[in-house]
Design a protein around this ligand. Structure first.
Ligand SMILES: Nc1ncnc2c1ncn2[C@@H]1O[C@H](COP(=O)(O)OP(=O)(O)OP(=O)(O)O)[C@@H](O)[C@H]1O
Ligand SMILES: [Mg+2]
Length: 512
């Protein structure tokens, strides 16, 4: 028996117009965590979908626990062989309960009826194995945080006795405390002998759990080895194909006049008396724990949520914004954090995703609202080239793009407009290290043009590396303001956990 529980050799896969995988290999060992690394569109998710039977390979050999897979592998077979996958975009039935999701497609019945009592019992038992004792199996999954939903997915994998678990960017939408909990569980699974594939663009977190790495680039296998045998620079150079010298290329521009003033803004439960200003030529960062109210603040300014009280002024004039459409017309745009729900129509083409919010520009000067194809093409070309979006062509569905490339489309559509204020909420979530620098370059460019840039980010190195000024929020309030050139992660975290009279949640952790 080989030392490997899974081997994939010479795997190829072509989608219309894209060679997603070209002669790729992967070797997994029991009880070890393999980081599968590569830029956006490198083929990581595709390779893992082949291993878990979601996609079929064009050619190549797969061996799972000594069994050579002849012909196509489907999801049922992969599961029977012990392979489970937690997808990049979680796909759970939001309205169904925790237990129902865990037993989806493998429901337990008694006398021809669903045996909910038994399913609940087993669900609780599996969750307890992961050290989770406070989750109600009857709770609808839609009411849980993303972190908790992920725990349910992991428990579901345990239920099918998974010996190989693929986690495709599990940390990208989690809070720090949830990431710490997820790491604890990964370590537990490892101790049970599970082989884990861990995909992430948050390279700083890898050292907490990773044993081995496999690096891909452009659909090809590049190298593999023990994590400790690589420096971070070597990992990045292998992913990108060249060195990335400056990960945070902040440029200093002279601060201009005040553009946006937010005064005593109150909205819902998570925006309490928030006041701040944004100046021309500056990047204002917003830091804080997940749930601190940063996204809610931005949504209220953008008119996506109603505000209860407070004033917003643009260039000294009070604004009445009751809808995102009104905000966009007045020069304030928001690139939201949840690309799937709010940022993109995945069923529409890339062209339409970029063009639709900019119809006013594309039809400008035409009394009948006729689309100016040339303007439209220029707009798409600009987005494509300034962000190197990897796509067959602009007519394909946004759904066919890799996760990171979808995120780039969300950013690209706002670059087409002359906006006064651009708010980026977690703009680099799921984006690879080289593309992050592309986005930072764009932010620098906007700053030079005098645009006021606001960036909400949960990654401390990012918000500290790219902002000119950082506002920290906790529990709906602004608790601090710091100069990123002159602060520490500890200082920011101190402000981020100033809960005032309210006790901090017990599980709170400051891991980055
Ligand atoms: N269903 C599909 N139809 C067409 N093309 C696809 C499909 N799925 C993936 N691709 C293409 O295959 C290539 C590899 O995509 P994949 O999703 O595997 O990348 P990835 O390494 O996971 O990237 P990311 O880090 O951005 O998630 C990309 O060019 C992508 O557009
Ligand atoms: Mg992917």
């Amino acid at each position: 028996m080989s030392e490997y529980v899974v081997t994939m050799e010479h795997v190829t896969k072509t989608f219309p117009g894209v060679k997603a995988l070209d002669d790729v290999q992967l070797h997994l060992k029991a009880g070890r965590v393999m980081a599968l690394l590569g830029e956006n569109g490198a083929g990581k998710s595709t390779l893992m979908k082949i291993l878990s039977g979601v996609y079929t390979r064009d050619s190549g050999e797969i061996t799972i626990f000594g069994k050579k897979i002849e012909g196509d592998l489907n999801t049922k077979q992969a599961q029977a062989l012990g392979v489970a996958i937690i997808h990049q975009e979680l796909n759970m039935c939001q309205h169904l309960s925790v237990a129902a999701n865990m037993f989806l497609g493998r429901e337990i019945t008694k006398g021809g009826r669903l045996d909910n009592v038994e399913m609940n019992r087993q669900a609780v038992e599996e969750l307890a194995k992961l050290g989770i004792h406070d989750l109600d199996p009857d709770e609808a999954v839609g009411n849980l945080t993303v972190g908790r939903q992920q725990m349910v997915e992991i428990a579901k994998a345990l239920l099918i006795n998974a010996k190989v678990l693929v986690m495709d960017e599990p940390s990208s939408a989690l809070s720090n405390a949830e990431i710490t909990e997820m790491f604890r569980i990964v370590r537990e699974l490892k101790a049970m002998g599970t082989a884990i594939v861990y995909i992430s663009h948050r390279l700083q977190e890898l050292h907490h759990i990773v044993d081995d790495v496999t690096i891909m680039r452009d659909g090809k296998y590049i190298t593999e080895g023990k994590f400790e045998d690589f420096t971070m620079d070597q990992i990045i150079a292998n992913m990108v194909g060249h060195e990335v010298k400056n990960q945070f290329p902040r440029e200093t521009v002279e601060k201009g006049k005040k553009i946006l003033e937010v005064k005593h803004l109150n909205a819902g439960k998570l925006v309490k008396d928030v006041s701040f200003d944004v100046y021309e030529g500056e990047v204002l960062g917003f830091s804080g724990l997940v749930g601190a109210g940063r996204t809610e603040t931005m949504r209220a300014i953008f008119g996506a949520d109603p505000k209860d009280s407070g004033e917003i002024l643009l260039d000294g004039k009070p604004l009445e914004i009751h809808s995102p459409g009104a905000a966009i017309r007045q020069g304030i745009v928001l690139a939201p954090e949840d690309r799937k729900k709010e940022g993109l129509c995945t069923k529409l083409s890339i062209r339409d995703n970029i063009a639709l919010p900019n119809l006013d520009i594309i039809t400008l000067g035409s009394p009948t609202g006729k689309i100016n194809r040339q303007t439209e093409n220029e707009m798409i070309e600009k987005g494509k080239s300034s962000l190197t979006i990897k796509m067959a062509d602009a007519e394909v569905e946004a759904a066919s793009l890799s996760g990171g490339n979808q995120q780039k489309v969300v950013v690209a559509k706002w670059l087409a407009r002359q906006s006064r204020v651009i708010i980026f909420d977690e703009p680099t979530r799921g984006i690879d290290v080289a593309a992050k620098v592309e986005i930072y370059d764009i932010i620098n460019e906007l700053k030079k043009q005098g645009v006021g840039v606001v960036i909400v980010s949960s990654e401390l190195p990012e918000v500290m590396g790219i902002s000119d000024r950082i506002i920290v929020m906790c529990n709906g309030r602004i608790t601090g303001e710091v100069d990123p050139r002159n602060t520490t992660e500890e200082e920011i975290m101190t402000y981020a956990t100033q809960f005032g009279d309210h006790a901090a949640p017990a599980s709170l952790s400051l891991a980055s």
